[in-house]
Design a protein. Structure first.
Length: 94
């Protein structure tokens, strides 16, 4: 399974480590604009695609068709930010 991470804080570290142990492929991560933390997180977890915001990440993950059954989105943002990400993911059929 391919997984995109939205958020790269402390809890994301735990999730990334466990998911890699069970063989998941971490394909992308987004964080806040100009944050060195998102790049460092991607480097530690061998994640090839890094985004400064989740919207372009979701656009790429969705592709032209949406509904990719081999893809999961891990939303690890603060609670006040999560509803916007969830709504955007649903609109893109992720």
């Amino acid at each position: 399974m391919k997984i995109g991470f939205v958020g790269c804080g402390k809890i994301a570290e735990f999730h990334a480590a466990v998911l890699r142990q069970i063989g998941a492929e971490l394909v992308s991560v987004s964080g806040t604009k100009n944050s060195p933390r998102v790049r460092a997180f991607a480097d530690r977890h061998l994640i090839p695609r890094v985004y400064d915001h989740w919207a372009p990440q979701l656009d790429e993950l969705a592709g032209p068709e949406g509904l990719n059954s081999d893809l999961a989105l891990w939303i690890l943002t603060p609670p006040e930010e999560s509803p916007a990400v969830v709504e955007a993911a649903l609109c893109r059929r992720i």
